[in-house]
Design a protein around this ligand. Sequence first.
Ligand code: SF4
Length: 142
Amino acid sequence: MVGELNPPAKSCGACGLCRKLMGVTALDKPAGRWRRHFSRAGGCAVYETRPDDCGVFNCLWLLTDALGPERKPTAAGFVLHSEQGAARLIVESDPARPHDWRREPYQSTLRRWAAAPGMEVLVFAGRRGVRPGAVDADVRRG
Ligand code: SF4
C-alpha cells in the first residue's frame, strides 16, 4: 500500500542556494554570488579537488524533517542555519529576493521562533539584516 512507503529522504536537487549565499575564503568567493565552478544543472565542477573550507554545508531545511517542501530554500528564498548551539537562527536571504522572508508562512514562523526564550533570529541579505522582534532592529554583519 502506498501509505506504508517511507517518504524519500530530502535532497538538495537543483537548489544550490547555499553555494551562492555562503562565502568560501579558499576560493576567494564572496557571499551572495554564485561560485564560478557551480551550476545548478551540473553541480560543482571541482568537487573532487574542492578546498577544505568548501566543507559540507547542510542547511536546516535539509536536516529537519519537520520543515516541509514549502520551506526548501528554492521555494522560500532563504537558507536557514544556526549558530551558538542553535540559540541563534540565521536566515540568509537571497539578495535577489531580500523580502521573501516577510511572506507567509515564513514571517509568522520566524517571529514565533524569535520570541522563544533564549532564541535569537537574524535575517540577513548580504551584510545588512534585521532582528525581528516587537520592534525590528537593524543589524549589520561584522
Ligand atoms: S541550501 Fe540546503 S537544500 Fe539548498 S543546496 Fe544548500 S544544503 Fe542543499
